[in-house]
Design a protein around this ligand. Structure first.
Ligand code: ADP
Ligand code: ADP
Ligand code: ZN
Ligand code: ZN
Length: 916
């Protein structure tokens, strides 16, 4: 592989985004490249804040002048030059994050194809009585008239009044105004200008005669015009009346759908008929949400609570959660309506469409095969002569009884649906249902769904940027993910992944390692090359290369497992009858005062058990500001927790959920505010002589206090620019230049530093400044201990990586001294963490256990599982095939006799490998 040639590599020069130290790096194109480094070393800064941002900027430059105006406001990535950059597409866990109304099917475009399929090849039914209803095109109506035979006398009429009381004078006036002459009134042809006086009290029927014609060759164009005109006047209906001997015979045609039984008529089916985001398709009762609307979802201040409530609200009584209006719900394809199709899991839907295609295949074969000779014998005589493809429409009835046009449409759309479903299966989310609301997907599931869309798009020559695609994947599924990534590469794309998974790192073509440390100690390129060529000699500073080449094994001693049955020693939390989502009446025991890992393949039910059941149950029993509740009296059913019983909560005082979400939702929070350091700093500032002189209280030194903060940005230090289709961008506040406080407030100083100066300090530096303030010093020291000394005290929480935010939270908890016995719950805490970060996290978790707390982690990282005291494995597989307890016990014991536990098997395999 030569990399020097033109266009064969992306050349980055002088990248200084965030902590990057003027990085020069050449990245081979059309390869699978992995970017590694400790959490906070600068991986995202290179991949997303530099390469993707630059790619996006260049793309926007090609758009309209109006769009370019926005681009000028976008911060330039701080880089001297980037050459050879293909168009970039970021597939991470956050950007383009789920809109409240989107579902798995809409985010993967499968829904767009389904809408097209149902519009073109669906069978409509009357929403009132359920009868099949069809419509005709103008051409089809013309064909019917021509088929009446030459020399046939025909009238083309438009029905105006059908059996209604009244004199209807205005109807005749309208006919005259439209330039038409004759009408048929109660069966008799009259001159519209000379219309009879109709008795008011009687019912009448009035049709206008649009044309009278004799069928013969060459009249097609005139017929077409007349039929169109009749449909226009008849509001989608027209009458064709033919002379048969002495009598006229009428036939009603409709370009709209019209039920022959109850005369309900509705407009032609279009893709938008099936869109729950369009007023044409959405259920009018719930406006397409599928649930009883809680409050106005347009009000942004309430959007958050709307999102939280959305999934606990009762289903809309009108559509029963189907989101679509009655007309759309009454359309079927191959016997299923759209909501019942999207209620299937990806696996089920894939099987459904595969069966259809196979039937279609065999149908074609049967048609081509010579007719079988009639069978002789008793059976043959009694057999009904049954045409092979005329079965009633039922699931799997196939495409055979579709009109040729509809069948053709279906045949052209089905492959697009099938391939997208297939890609979803390949990325390991076959267990998800198509109608799953996107906001309820985990970050990893969401990213994998988007990855499947990328595969489906078939783009080439693109640079894909992925953020840890193995998140949430069981070791069993990592190999499949690798296949998907190499496919993307082999079809002619550059694939750049930020990853920590050892297998994926080893299998990639090229490795770029940033470091050597994190934050200020990171930001350098410490290794770059084909993975197999890298060595400690060539890259002495790279901790990743050292870890890859040495026989690194977890430094932690094997923990001592709690002894089952030793009631006096170990206290247990026991739950039974857990049945949320796919959980099948699960009963588990969690040893308290330990580090316990809940494991299992993706979709096995880990999150449903821990985040969906245990956490809400304990939050109910151990409320933050009021007395604990009696677990024996809790009525879980009424409380909306799918649980039989929970015991042992008496051993706990508090439950703390530590996730990787930003600390605080506004851009105003930062490590200082979250850890409580800021409260102490404010008190300190209020005690200075100047503050006392001016009467400034501690409250003034808060970003939330009107009198103290910068009024322009309201203490944020930056202003938000909203961009269509793109994530919001932020620019420095023009007024305070990012200082966040007004000038009077900034006049107060401690050791010559004002508040803005303090916020700009690294935690390491702040520890020096406040060395004589024990309350502040203690917290800062803990933050340094967990490796965060490089963070700025006032760094906006929105810029912290997930791993950094998680450690800020854990460190804050560690500093809280007290007698409380806490259960810490962490969902995939190793997300975004380098194996060396994982060791640091484990030390922290162990410390919490040593202090007498309990730690429960949902994990698939084998290092964490191995270092746990206890493991609870769910499975055996994902979705409907999961939701059961497979194994429980100390990981070491389970690994030595894995049985059917996929996690124990993976653990055993990796233990064997590390021993080699
Ligand atoms: P990684 O992806 O390797 O975990 P990042 O690239 O996210 O690391 O972060 C590298 C460093 O830059 C970290 O110290 C982080 O706190 C800092 N950082 C990230 N985003 C911003 C930002 N928007 N402004 C300032 N610093 C940032
Ligand atoms: P894990 O955490 O082990 O990956 P989950 O608990 O997230 O598994 O999922 C278990 C099953 O429950 C899956 O079939 C998943 O699709 C389903 N599920 C999870 N969350 C929801 C939800 N909010 N709505 C509907 N189904 C869900
Ligand atoms: Zn509804
Ligand atoms: Zn400001």
């Amino acid at each position: 592989m030569t990399l020097s040639g033109n266009g064969s590599q992306i050349e980055v020069r002088g990248a200084r985004t965030h902590n990057l130290r003027s990085v020069d790096v050449d990245i081979p194109r059309d390869r699978l490249v992995v970017i590694t480094g400790l959490s906070g070393s600068g991986k995202s800064s290179l991949a997303f804040a530099t390469l993707f941002a630059e790619g996006q900027r260049r793309y926007l430059e090609t758009l309209s002048a109006q769009a370019r105006q926005f681009v000028r406001q976008l911060p330039h990535p701080d880089v001297d030059s980037v050459r050879g950059l293909p168009p970039t597409i970021a597939v991470d866990q956050r950007t383009g994050s789920a809109r409240i109304r989107s579902t798995l099917a809409t985010t993967t475009e499968i829904y767009d194809y389904l809408r097209l399929l149902f519009a073109r090849a669906g069978q409509a039914h009357c929403p009132d009585c359920g009868l099949p209803v069809s419509q005709q095109s103008v051409e089809a109506i013309v064909d019917r008239i021509l088929a009446l035979g030459e020399r046939r006398k025909v009238m083309i009429l438009a029905p105006l009044i059908t059996g209604r009381k009244g004199a209807h004078r205005e109807v005749f006036e309208k006919i005259c105004k439209a330039g038409l002459v004759r009408a048929r009134v109660d069966g008799a042809v009259v001159d519209a200008a000379d219309a009879p006086n109709l008795p008011r009290g009687q019912e009448h029927t009035i049709e206008v005669i649009v044309d009278r014609i004799i069928v013969k060759p060459g009249i097609e164009d005139r017929l077409k015009e007349s039929v169109e005109l009749a449909l226009k006047h008849g509001d989608g209906s027209c009458l064709i009346s033919q002379l048969d001997g002495e009598n006229w015979h009428d036939r009603l045609y409709s370009s709209r759908y019209c039920c022959p039984e109850c005369a309900t008529s509705f407009p032609p089916l279009e893709p938008r008929t099936f869109s729950f985001n369009s007023p044409y398709g959405a259920c009018p009762a719930c406006r397409g949400l599928g649930v009883v609307p809680v409050n106005d979802e347009r009000s942004s201040s309430r959007a958050k609570s709307a999102r939280e409530n959305l999934f606990r609200q009762p289903a809309c009584p009108s559509c029963e959660g189907a989101r679509l209006g009655p007309i759309a719900r009454a359309v079927t394809f191959a016997g299923s309506n759209l909501p019942s199709l999207t209620a299937m899991s990806v696996d089920e839907a894939s099987a459904f469409f595969t069966t259809l295609s196979e039937q279609e295949g065999s149908r074609v074969r049967e048609c081509e095969a010579p007719a079988e000779p009639p069978r002789s014998g008793a059976f043959a005589a009694r057999q009904e002569p049954r045409p092979p493809f005329n079965e009633p429409t039922a699931p799997g009835a196939g495409l055979a009884n579709l009109e040729p046009e509809a069948r053709q449409a279906a045949l052209s759309i089905l492959p697009d649906i099938a391939s997208r479903l297939h890609y979803l299966q390949r990325v390991g989310v076959g267990y998800l249902t198509l109608d799953r609301p996107a906001p309820t997907l985990s970050g990893g599931e969401f990213q994998r769904a988007r990855l499947a869309s990328c595969l489906g798009s078939g783009l080439i020559g693109v640079c894909y940027l992925l953020d840890e695609p193995t998140i949430g994947l069981h070791p069993r599924d990592t190999a499949r993910m690798l296949d998907v990534l190499t496919d993307l590469r082999d079809s002619g794309n550059s694939v750049l992944v930020v990853e920590h998974d050892e297998e994926l790192i080893r299998q990639s073509d090229w490795l770029i390692d940033l470091g050597p440390g994190a934050g200020r100690e990171g930001g350098h390129l410490v290794a770059s090359g084909a993975v197999k060529n890298l060595s400690e000699t060539s890259s002495p500073e790279s901790r990743t290369v050292r870890w890859l080449t040495s026989s690194f094994s977890p430094a932690l001693r094997a923990p001592s497992p709690p002894e089952a049955g030793a009631e006096t020693e170990t206290r247990w939390l026991r739950i039974s009858g857990a049945s949320l989502h796919n959980l099948k009446e699960v009963a588990v025991e969690i040893p308290l005062g330990t580090l316990t890992a809940v494991t299992g393949v993706s979709g096995s039910g880990k999150t449903s058990l821990v985040t969906g059941t245990l956490v809400p149950a304990l939050k109910h029993l151990l409320p933050v500001n009021s007395a604990r509740k009696d677990e024996a009296e809790a009525d879980w059913n009424t409380l909306g927790v799918s649980l039989g019983s929970l015991t042992g909560s008496g051993h706990l005082d508090r439950i703390v959920v530590v996730n990787q979400s930003p600390i605080g939702r506004s851009g105003r929070s930062n490590p200082a505010t979250h850890s409580g350091v800021w409260d102490e700093v404010r008190r300190l500032f209020a005690k200075t002589r100047d503050a006392k002189l001016r009467g400034f209280k501690a409250s003034r030194f808060s970003f939330n206090a009107r009198d103290g903060r910068c009024p322009t940005c309201e203490g944020r230090g930056e202003q938000r620019i909203e961009l269509n289709y793109l994530p919001d961008a932020y620019v420095e506040c023009p007024d305070c230049r990012g200082d966040r406080f007004n000038t009077q407030t900034l006049g107060i100083r401690f050791k010559e530093k004002n508040l803005a100066d303090v916020l700009a300090l690294r935690i390491d530096e702040a520890a020096e400044l406040f060395e004589n303030v024990p309350k502040i010093r203690r917290v800062l020291d803990t933050l340094r201990e967990v490796g965060l000394g490089y963070l700025l005290l006032g760094q906006s929480s929105l810029t912290l990586s997930g791993g950094e935010a998680q450690r800020v939270k854990l460190a804050t908890e560690l500093c809280k001294q007290g007698e409380d016995r806490v259960l810490f719950v962490l969902d995939e805490p190793t997300t975004g963490l380098h194996p060396l970060d994982v060791q640091r996290l484990l030390l922290l978790l162990r410390k919490l256990v040593e202090q007498g707390h309990s730690v429960l982690v949902v994990e698939h990282n084998l290092d964490v599982i191995r270092a746990s005291d206890w493991m609870i494995d769910l499975g055996p597989d994902g979705g409907v095939d999961g939701g059961q307890l497979v194994a429980a016990g100390p990981p070491g014991e389970l690994a030595s006799s894995p049985g059917s536990s996929l996690t124990a098997q993976a653990l055993a395999a990796s233990c064997a490998k590390t021993r080699l």
